[in-house]
Unconditional design. Structure first.
Length: 96
């Protein structure tokens, strides 16, 4: 968890793709996904065959506002809020 996840490719290479404790093959992850424990446990309510992860920098006040909406039960997760906001914008402009 945390910072250690950034070093997975290095660990895989260092041990030649094998677990140093038991010798089983280590599978190299295709992507690393960061979520809060609460978000990880919740299933997202949108269907998709493929997805892309994005990183966005937002002002602290905006992040705090989104967090408060989630805590107040308006949305199940921050991810749900962001996806719905993007979909709403796309629909507003006739792109979805």
């Amino acid at each position: 968890m945390g910072r250690g996840l950034y070093h997975i490719p290095k660990i895989h290479k260092l041990y030649f793709g094998k677990c140093p404790a038991c010798g089983k093959e280590l599978k190299k992850p295709k992507r690393i996904e960061f979520k809060t424990l609460k978000e990880h446990k919740q299933k997202q309510n949108f269907e998709t065959k493929a997805s892309t992860f994005i990183t966005a920098r937002i002002p602290t006040w905006m992040y705090d506002t989104i967090t408060k909406l989630v805590e107040d039960g308006k949305f199940k997760s921050k991810s749900e809020f962001i996806v719905k906001a993007i979909l709403s914008y796309l629909e507003e402009h006739g792109l979805h």
